[in-house]
Design a protein around this ligand. Structure first.
Ligand SMILES: Nc1ncnc2c1ncn2[C@@H]1O[C@H](COP(=O)(O)OP(=O)(O)OP(=O)(O)O)[C@@H](O)[C@H]1O
Length: 259
């Protein structure tokens, strides 16, 4: 499939809370092989749109599809089973599991003997567990973390914990990876490592969507950017097009979003 058919699409997505229109009929087209950014001021509706796409919210109107298959009505777990995975704004690793075991949890949707049996000392789980461990180590190595599998998340700095979360999200070879403010809480050096790691993840079959406030990160990694304000898109285009768009400049000048 090409990058157009292998896309995550939304058409006419409308969401209201108690009569307040949060998303006003949005059309989105997140293509495989690209990183698409979703930016906008606080309260613009980025998280709400993200939640509609992942299934956490059900929009009152509109259709959401991946590769032409409708996703409306499917809960987040069913979307994850179809390869649509997300990361969270706040670190959500299990502190009592090793880093490797945390990443292995990302394989829950692909295991045949079942994720739980892979963690129990049963013969049928043993082979699966060693395969899962190998896959987890490979995902960690791809993200530049080859030596941390036996450590516990709390021993790692925030930047590495974020990369471990991303390893958990990609270890099962998702078709859509949605990242919710991946740079939140990271320092400059950690953000640079994250930027490099995200660039390396780009592949022809993977749709990547990034909701992010860090403009340097967004401008440097995204192929296309959607700019949301008050539940409507004010601009869509390449970083250069978005940066020079008068409406975008107006929205961002005089606000403190460019942190
Ligand atoms: N569960 C909810 N119940 C009621 N209102 C909500 C809910 N979720 C979001 N909203 C409202 O929807 C609007 C958009 O919020 P949203 O969190 O989607 O914006 P955002 O662009 O992600 O903002 P931020 O950058 O601050 O995270 C806000 O007015 C918010 O108060």
């Amino acid at each position: 499939m090409d990058q157009m058919t292998n896309a995550l699409r939304g058409e006419g997505i409308a969401l209201s809370f108690g009569g307040i229109k949060v998303l006003k009929g949005l059309d989105v087209d997140f293509r495989a092989g690209e990183i698409t950014g979703l930016i906008g001021p606080n309260g613009a509706g980025k998280t709400s749109l993200f939640n509609c796409l992942t299934g956490a919210y059900s929009p009152q109107k509109g259709t959401i599809s991946y590769a032409g298959q409708p996703l409306n009505g499917l809960p987040p777990a069913a979307r994850a089973a179809r390869g649509i995975v997300r990361s969270f704004q706040h670190v959500a690793l299990c502190p009592d599991l090793t880093v490797r075991e945390n990443v292995m949890m990302g394989l829950a949707r692909t295991g045949t003997a079942g994720w739980l049996s892979a963690f129990l000392p049963l013969p049928r789980g043993r082979q699966e567990r060693s395969d899962m461990a190998r896959a987890a180590d490979a995902a960690l190595a791809d993200l530049g973390l080859p030596d941390v599998g036996d450590r516990h998340p709390g021993e790692l700095p925030p930047g590495m914990q974020r990369l471990v979360e991303i390893a958990r999200a990609v270890v099962g070879k998702p078709s859509v990876l949605m990242l919710d403010e991946p740079a939140a809480g990271l320092n400059n050096a950690e953000t640079q490592d994250l930027t490099a790691a995200l660039r390396k993840l780009v592949s022809p079959d993977l749709v990547m969507v990034v909701v992010e406030h860090d403009m340097d990160l967004v401008m440097s990694i995204c192929d296309r950017i959607y700019v949301l304000n008050f539940g409507e898109f004010v601009a869509v285009g390449s970083p250069a097009e978005v940066r020079s768009n008068p409406d975008v400049i107006r929205i961002y000048l005089g606000s403190d979003e460019d942190e």
